[in-house]
Design a protein around this ligand. Structure first.
Ligand code: LRH
Ligand code: MN
Length: 424
């Protein structure tokens, strides 16, 4: 299913007058609107190959139909998203859920859909059919050297797939840990994991990065061997300059100050990237910005301040990726909403009057600091984000066009109601 340029042009001309009115007002309110629009057009968010179907929970899965049956159809779906919002120009693969078969045809398809390959993800949290050793008690931490070796070899294989596709980063998330006190020698688990990661690190091409993703709990419920930002930073510092931490917004204990964690990891030059999503309780993998939009803005506020302090290019300096799972919504509509929330938070962070904020902070004028940040957060930049999308050739209102074109209905008629996408 493809969306044609004429369909986008028709949609945009119908919404032109309304958009122009809203944009002219927004631009009159927003100093530096043109600079913000330029940065938004450059900013691309990678879509996870494992979030194009209906994940479900252990209590049940309610398929929406028309799910992609293979990597080619997943790239078709991400191509659709990118056609609509021009900000989803990358795919992040998860191996072995999405092993690229014929590299040449997969790369040709990526070029056709204008998609780059972002970080590739290894998977040593599930046992594959005909796997020699089980990861039941962990992978890189495992007390059994043969199991650690199997997990190391898998990660090196994932790097090879990434090299073939033109990716330049490996994301390692480990479910490793323990579920009961006494089950694990946590110091030895750390050391086994570090030793294993060092072998994986040695296999990285010179220009590659490895992102060490931390998570507080699940599927282990007593200790997680890469359990928080401090442990991830410890690994990244001990591994070397190609190793960084990865912040998945849902991987923190309740009320963690994620924006402070981001500020410090960026200050240390050890922040590698993000898995954007939202949550109210645990690793809920909900739509980005759907539960705590102010926190998302505060995170981007620290990112813009910290990246500018280091002279980093916003679009290419970090790994911008979504990591979500869909239970009750159309996966493509959910991903369109997530990208929109990310672009809005980034736009608002670009709008913050940094000079005024620094002056207010220098005078400990708490109220003025708040007024500057909250005033920016309460500034409606949706028309500015829409204008950037239109200038990049996208749709004025992606979800409206997605529905008007009956995309899901067409995917269901093409693929059937019962297809199940690999992933979460
Ligand atoms: C773990 C995680 C990790 C992925 C998986 C799909 O919770 O966030 O990033 O490997 O989800
Ligand atoms: Mn993640």
């Amino acid at each position: 299913m493809q969306i044609e340029n004429y369909q986008i042009e028709e949609h945009n001309s119908q919404l032109q007058a309304d958009h122009r009115r809203r944009f002219d007002f927004a631009a009159s309110e927003v100093p530096g609107a043109e600079q913000i629009i330029e940065k938004l057009v450059k900013f691309q968010v990678a879509i996870p190959s494992w979030a194009l179907g209906t994940g479900g929970t252990r209590f049940g899965r309610f398929s929406g139909g028309g799910e992609p049956r293979n990597l080619e159809e997943k790239m078709e779906d991400i191509g659709l998203l990118h056609k609509l919002n021009r900000s989803s120009g990358a795919i992040s693969l998860h191996i072995p859920w999405d092993i690229p078969g014929n590299i040449a045809s997969i790369k040709a398809l990526a070029a056709q859909y204008e998609l780059k390959f972002d970080a590739v993800n290894s998977n040593t949290f599930q046992d594959q059919p005909n796997q020699a050793h089980s990861y039941k008690f962990g992978s890189l931490q495992n007390v059994d050297k043969a199991i650690r070796k199997q997990a190391i070899e898998h990660n090196i294989e994932v790097i090879k797939h990434g090299i073939d596709l033109g990716s330049d980063a490996l994301t390692v998330w480990l479910a490793d840990g323990s579920t009961f006190p006494g089950q694990l020698n946590m110091r030895k688990a750390f050391q086994n994991t570090l030793e294993s990661l060092q072998e994986i690190y040695e296999a990285l091409p010179d220009h590659w990065k490895v992102f060490v993703e931390y998570k507080a709990y699940e599927p282990n419920f007593y200790s997680t061997t890469v359990g928080d930002w401090g442990q991830s930073l410890l690994f990244a510092n001990k591994l070397g300059p190609k190793a960084y931490t990865l912040v998945d917004l849902g991987h923190h204990l309740p009320n963690a100050n994620i924006e402070q964690i981001v500020a410090l990891l960026l200050m240390e030059g050890k922040l590698g990237g993000f898995h954007f999503n939202d949550s109210k309780y645990g690793d809920d993998d909900l739509t980005t910005g759907s539960i705590k939009p102010y926190q998302l803005f505060l995170i981007f506020n620290e990112l813009v301040e910290g990246m500018d302090a280091r002279g980093m290019d916003h679009a290419t300096g970090l790994g911008w990726m979504i990591d979500a799972s869909h239970n009750v919504k159309d996966p493509l509509e959910d991903l369109l909403q997530s990208v929109e929330a990310i672009m809005l938070a980034y736009a608002q962070a670009l709008l913050v009057d940094r000079k005024a904020l620094a002056e207010a902070q220098a005078e400990s004028d708490v109220v003025r600091c708040q007024e500057i940040l909250q005033g920016t957060f309460r500034t409606d930049l949706r028309a500015i984000v829409a204008e950037a999308r239109l200038r990049a050739g996208g749709a004025a209102n992606p979800i409206k066009l997605y529905r008007d074109l009956k995309v899901r209905e067409k995917l269901i008629s093409g693929r059937g109601l019962k297809t199940v996408a690999t992933g979460l």
